[in-house]
Design a protein around this ligand. Sequence first.
Ligand SMILES: [Zn+2]
Length: 84
Amino acid sequence: MVTTIDLDDETDRWRWVCPRGHRSWEATNNHFWCAECAHTYAGDDYDPEFDHLHNLASGETVHRDDLRLLTRAGPYDTLRGGSA
Ligand SMILES: [Zn+2]
């Protein structure tokens, strides 16, 4: 089952956090990246890139492959070319 996140919708987006509970994540082609993690854990071994998002509303953790990311320009996943 695929879950849709509208990246331009604050309330939709704010239900989702990075593995460390931040809302400052950004989508990239094949995974996510968290600015707060990159800042907080700079110099540590922790990798601010991850491929799951945590849903605060449902308590679920969902893999990038099961998320459909919408932007004003259209579905983010059209950028993916089977590189996963
Ligand atoms: Zn984070």
